[in-house]
Design a protein around this ligand. Structure first.
Ligand SMILES: [Zn+2]
Length: 62
């Protein structure tokens, strides 16, 4: 996964996860930490992805 801050590909995955279960990374170029949702539009949505999936699922069902 590339760094969302400097676009570097030299990132390392960390052991721990965020409270939402996203993988966390650390950039070896700029030293910043980010997770797999950082920099995406979904990062601003506070609802976890699985709940969003359930909402779509139930809407399709009815
Ligand atoms: Zn970086």
């Amino acid at each position: 996964m590339n760094c969302p801050h400097c676009q570097s590909s030299s990132t390392t995955e960390r052991q721990e996860r965020t409270i939402h279960g996203f993988r966390r990374f650390r950039c070896r170029e700029c030293g910043r930490r980010f997770n797999e949702r950082t920099g995406t539009a979904l990062n601003r949505v506070h609802v976890p992805t699985d709940i969003m999936f359930l909402v779509v699922f139930w809407r399709l069902r009815y």
